[in-house]
Design a protein around this ligand. Structure first.
Ligand SMILES: N[C@@H](CCC(=O)N[C@@H](CS)C(=O)NCC(=O)O)C(=O)O
Length: 98
């Protein structure tokens, strides 16, 4: 499940949130969009999910990714991982312990 928390700007051509939404659409990635208020103080769900109040915030299976550049980079990496399925999550990418 992928959810994009974004600003209320009504177009995808003006801001970092729109950039992320365009990338999701370009990749044909199914996602939900939650528009949050412009005022950072009125984004309690964003704070709860990610520990900060900036958007865009992308949440992939409860794992938050902040900052549009990092999000777009991650989406492109997912797309390049091919049809063999999603790559391992951040935690399972850690080397195995002894
Ligand atoms: N460097 C951040 C900038 C994010 C940004 O400017 N977000 C806008 C919405 S698209 C925003 O929330 N601005 C209001 C604020 O940060 O208070 C990124 O690229 O993700």
């Amino acid at each position: 499940m992928i959810t994009l928390y974004r600003c209320p700007t009504p177009t995808n051509w003006l801001c970092p949130c729109g950039r992320v939404q365009r990338e999701l659409r370009r990749g044909g990635i199914e996602h939900e969009v939650v528009r949050v208020p412009y005022a950072k103080g009125r984004r309690p769900e964003v704070a709860r999910l990610s520990g900060q109040r900036h958007v865009p915030l992308l949440v992939i299976d409860a794992e938050p990714i902040c900052d549009s550049r990092r999000i777009v980079e991650h989406l492109r990496w997912l797309a390049s991982s091919g049809p063999s399925g999603p790559p391992p999550s951040a935690s399972s990418r850690e080397p195995a312990g002894r």
